[in-house]
Write a protein that binds this ligand. Structure first.
Ligand code: SF4
Ligand code: SF4
Length: 345
């Protein structure tokens, strides 16, 4: 069996835990189909154990992200989880839709115990889908409160499909948020927004918009760098938008003799994941489309190329065959990248 560990020399930097896929919102295009109807919530003891285990096995971890779903639905548990992350001197990040920031005072009240426990970063997502459930004012309240409580690392993620009504221009023109952008406290992320609500996964008019706005043909930076745990105690190979629909990226359930490191290292016998790491799914997809003589589709996000590659079963044998001939050049590109990385470090 192949073992690519010596070649990749993995050093994952991100541990992401989704305590639940329950959410106060039910965004039409939510990648994990989160909604108030989802019930499963990961027990806090398990979350604390997973943090201990992952940090013990991977000293390269720098940041622990609490995501979802909506991680503020377990707000009363967050301080002890954040305190555990702080005990390892790691960065802690919460990702939220800001539903709790109904006023500045409410936001201060909710964030204070988290900041006292050691919270270092906050990400809030917004956009047309989100604003059907959470007004933009909440986002502003959340960031104002975080700033006043001393948080200096924030990100706002804005849904960016073609023809969006709410765009990042509103953030850039907002008197308070623009000042955070100017001083580098706030990072603005135009998030490519995949379509999950219909079989027609490409937005109308998307092709030219995509070419202008998103670089999808690039190596996957997440695979090998992320250790991701979902609410069902499954270890995932990445936190990509389509990961929950891709059985090849589900590494297995933690427990029953499967440690986090066993599951994480199991991916290094899979050449396809290595190819994703080196070239990314869009480059692989284009190659396969050429071989099959198909018209190449354009997708809004690299994760959509990823799911397209595996969901069309006719691609599997072609990928297997291609890997036999492509492997030397994939290895070569990987070694070049490693060398240039060392050079520029
Ligand atoms: S707020 Fe986020 S997690 Fe919740 S439904 Fe919307 S996209 Fe999904
Ligand atoms: S491209 Fe594939 S492997 Fe990479 S983050 Fe997206 S779903 Fe995960």
């Amino acid at each position: 069996m192949v073992d690519l560990r010596d070649i990749v020399r993995p050093a994952p930097s991100v541990l992401a835990i989704a305590p639940t896929y329950r959410c106060t919102a039910s965004c039409k295009e939510c990648c994990f189909r989160c909604s108030p109807k989802v019930e499963k919530v990961l027990e806090t003891d398990k979350i604390l154990n997973y943090i201990d285990e992952a940090v013990g096995a991977f000293p390269s971890i720098k940041v622990v992200v609490l995501t979802g779903g909506e991680c503020f639905l377990i707000a009363s548990e967050l301080p002890q989880i954040i305190a555990r992350i702080k005990s390892y001197n790691l960065i802690s990040r919460v990702v939220s839709n800001g539903f709790w920031a109904t006023s500045y005072d409410a936001a201060v009240k909710k964030l204070t115990p988290l900041v006292e426990a050691g919270l270092t970063e906050i990400n809030i997502s917004t956009g047309d889908n989100h604003q059907e459930y959470v007004p933009f004012e909440n986002v502003v309240n959340g960031f104002k409160a975080a700033y006043d409580l001393g948080i200096r690392s924030m990100a706002v993620s804005v849904e960016s499909p073609p023809n969006a009504k709410f765009t990042s221009e509103t953030i850039k023109n907002h008197p308070f948020l623009s000042s955070l952008l100017d001083d580098g406290t706030l990072y603005l992320l135009d998030a490519a927004w995949m379509r999950f609500s219909t079989g027609d996964n490409v937005y109308e008019g998307a092709k030219s918009f995509l070419i202008e706005n998103f670089d999808t043909h690039k190596p996957c930076k997440n695979i090998y760098d992320n250790i991701v745990i979902n609410p069902y105690s499954q270890l995932l190979a990445c936190c990509g938008l389509s990961v929950e629909y891709n059985k090849y990226l589900k590494l297995g359930e933690i427990g029953n003799n499967n440690s986090i490191s066993d599951l994480y290292y199991s991916q290094f016998s899979d050449l396809f994941k290595f190819w994703l790491h080196v070239d990314g799914p869009a480059v692989i997809y284009d190659k396969i489309a050429e071989i099959r003589g198909m018209e190449k589709k354009s997708f809004p996000h690299e994760c959509q190329y990823c799911i397209e590659l595996v969901s069309d079963k006719d691609n599997h044998e072609i990928i297997r065959e291609l890997l036999k001939t492509e492997l030397p050049s994939i290895l070569f590109r990987h070694s070049l990248r490693q060398a240039s990385f060392k050079f520029t470090k």
